[in-house]
Design a protein around this ligand. Structure first.
Ligand SMILES: NC(=O)N[C@@H](CC(=O)O)C(=O)O
Ligand SMILES: [Zn+2]
Ligand SMILES: [Zn+2]
Length: 347
């Protein structure tokens, strides 16, 4: 009998995840804390976590929902046109809030209170640069005349380049990149600019969502692009560049809110985050590059210590359920009803 292939890596972290709030926390926190050491918790709640107090209260609710064991939620402040310098300083001083998030108003789920023009918050970015707080960016313009497939590139060209030039010491993470343009931008930017890449943008392109029927569970923002962009993301993630690291953007929505005439944006991947990345890296012939991407480069960029323990994956196929409980609703995960080749056997 041949023994199964295994892969042991430093415990990974998730640098972009949505846990939501209330009754669903027991489900989302259980999934994300299964083997992730830390996670950057997105603040796009209803209402959003716009102040230190609300972000810290949210952290307490996450900790209360956490099963025993390792797992540290790293909190993020939601920026608005009215965020004050004092709020940034208070957040930084709290010790638990490591970043602030720029949602262009209207760009994505629960972004209505976001920033109407990034130039409005330049004085705040100045303070963030000074105190060493990271800026996380949902990088899409919201102009209805711009094609949805072009919104990331136009954001980079008309907004982000200016921010990068104006704040040379501000650490910036362009979240969930989806295009070759974003890859090239991040590669050519200085060292204070990095990006997260989701598992679903590595595994899929827009054909998976739109060819042969419309599949709402692949609908997320920024939207899946054409295959050439998927290939560019795979090259970036497996390149060994420290500028690209793991951020699942696992974003649960109840089944009926996705399978609707106007469905919500977001894909659930926390049920099998590292397993999905392992599939993508293996397919690209680059399993040896998974550890840096998943477990080293994010911590390095955030200026945090790498995790010191490990997890082990085994190559053995398992079937994903059609849905998982999400509070008193259900969430349909990525690969629902299909099989995944990798399994975490030691956490
Ligand atoms: N990615 C998504 O499609 N949705 C996210 C928001 C976001 O990260 O933009 C969500 O909160 O549902
Ligand atoms: Zn986003
Ligand atoms: Zn997100």
């Amino acid at each position: 009998m041949t023994s199964k292939q295994t892969l042991t890596i430093t415990r990974p972290d998730d640098w972009h995840v949505h846990l939501r709030d209330g009754a669903v926390l027991v489900d989302t926190v259980r999934d994300i804390s299964r083997y992730m050491g830390r996670a950057i918790i997105m603040p796009n709640l209803v209402p959003p976590a716009t102040c230190t107090q609300s972000a810290l209260a949210y952290r307490e609710r996450i900790l209360a929902a956490k099963p025993n064991g390792q797992f540290e939620p790293l909190m993020v402040l939601y920026l608005t046109d009215n965020t004050s310098a004092e709020e940034i300083r208070a957040a930084q001083a709290s010790g638990h809030i490591v970043a602030a998030k720029l949602y262009p108003a209207g760009a994505t789920t629960n972004s209505d209170s976001g920033v109407t023009d990034v130039e409005n918050i330049y004085p705040i970015l100045e303070v963030m640069q000074e105190v060493g707080m990271l800026l996380l960016v949902h990088g899409e313009v919201t102009d209805s005349s711009i094609d949805i497939f072009d919104r990331e590139k136009v954001f980079i060209d008309t907004k982000l380049r200016k921010v990068v030039d104006a704040f040379p010491k501000l650490k910036i993470v362009l979240e969930h990149i989806t295009t070759q343009d974003a890859v090239e931008f991040v590669e050519s930017a200085p060292d204070n600019v990095a990006a997260t890449i989701t598992a679903h943008h590595l595994l899929y392109n827009r054909n998976h969502m739109l060819a042969g029927g419309i599949r709402p569970h692949y609908y997320c923002l920024p939207i899946l692009k054409r295959n050439t962009h998927q290939q560019a993301l795979l090259r970036a993630a497996t390149s060994g560049s420290k500028k690209f690291f793991l951020g699942t953007d696992s974003a649960p929505h109840a089944k009926d809110k996705k399978e609707a005439a106007c469905g919500c944006a977001g894909a659930y991947t926390a049920h099998a985050a590292i397993e999905l990345y392992a599939e993508a890296f293996e397919e690209a012939g680059a399993l040896d590059k998974l550890e840096g991407f998943a477990s080293h480069f994010g911590a390095d960029f955030y200026g945090l210590p790498r995790n010191t323990d490990t997890i082990t994956l085994e190559k053995s196929s398992w079937q994903v359920p059609e849905s998982y409980p999400l509070g008193d609703t259900q969430v349909v995960p990525i690969k629902a009803g299909a099989s995944i080749d990798w399994q975490v056997v030691a956490e």
